[in-house]
Design a protein around this ligand. Structure first.
Ligand code: PEP
Ligand code: MN
Length: 269
């Protein structure tokens, strides 16, 4: 049985299918607000948006850092949507926690056991991405670090693994995501934005995740891909996001499921 996880005003891992969406990184108040309004209006239940980014290239945009915290607060309040943000280092836990409903451990940090131990001692929901070269067993053991500390509010996210294939950024291990869903008590999402690196593959892979009985998806959305400071090449446009939820609804309805809803007026932690 899957253990549902409350994230602000919504629940991940219940009967409904959760769409987590937002820009790769928060770039400005207006960029985040524009994306967030579309996410809310079209059925998204959780907002994403990086503040401290984990970039491969040290000379690339690293996120706005603390400047983005006020934008996150304002957008979270204005839309009523819960917010998940990546925590890249132990010292960021206390900086980000008051501004977020869940903290994400990124692919590059799945093996950072001291960060996992730190999060295990909190009761903040954790969205744990699979390392891009991690075996399924290693991913579940990483989750065990959180459980060992007493934090059982865990959401797993398959975000693609590195293979020989170059046409897609990574290879979405859909079977691995279903395996994790069957073998563990945690809800499982897939992130086809990072898994494929191609916006035209994002909606088909989201539909596959829904058909496979997974708990939701995480997708990147940007109002102006060409101007994005990170991962613009893989982001859905605002219209692309609307098309995604429009395509998901009939698939979910055929399975007697629906998109997750968000209770309003839940006080932020
Ligand atoms: C992200 O979701 O912003 C991200 C960096 O993803 P990943 O850790 O899966 O590369
Ligand atoms: Mn990204």
């Amino acid at each position: 049985m899957t253990r549902p996880v409350r994230v602000g005003g919504t629940v991940v891992g219940g009967d409904a299918f959760t769409v987590v969406a937002g820009p790769c990184a928060i770039e400005s108040r207006d960029q985040f607000m524009t994306v967030a309004r579309r996410v809310r209006d079209e059925g998204g239940a959780v907002l994403r948006g990086g503040i401290f980014k984990m970039r491969t290239d040290p000379h690339s945009f690293q996120g706005l850092g603390p400047e983005a915290l006020a934008y996150a607060d304002e957008v979270r309040r204005a839309t009523g949507l819960p917010f998940v943000v990546e925590v890249a280092a132990i010292e960021q836990v206390e900086v980000l926690a008051p501004h977020a409903d869940a903290l994400q451990v990124g692919s590059r940090n799945m093996h950072n056991y001291y960060l996992l131990k730190e999060l295990g001692h909190t009761r903040i929901p954790v969205l744990l991405k699979r390392g891009f070269a991690a075996e399924l067993r290693e991913w579940l053991l990483a989750a065990e670090y959180l459980v060992a500390g007493g934090n059982e509010s865990i959401i797993l996210c398959e975000r693609g693994i590195r293979t020989f294939e170059r046409e897609t950024r990574n290879t979405l291990d859909l079977a691995g995501a279903v395996w994790a869903r069957q073998r563990s008590p945690f809800p499982v999402l897939v992130d086809p934005s990072h898994a494929t690196g191609r916006p035209e593959l994002v909606t088909p892979m989201c539909l596959a995740a829904a058909a496979a009985g997974l708990d939701g998806v995480m997708v990147e959305v940007h109002p102006d891909n060409a101007a994005a400071l990170s991962d613009g090449f893989q982001a859905l446009t605002l219209e692309g996001f609307s098309n995604l939820t429009r395509a998901l609804r009939p698939i979910l309805a055929a399975l007697n499921r629906s998109l997750s809803s968000v209770e309003q007026g839940i006080p932020h932690p």
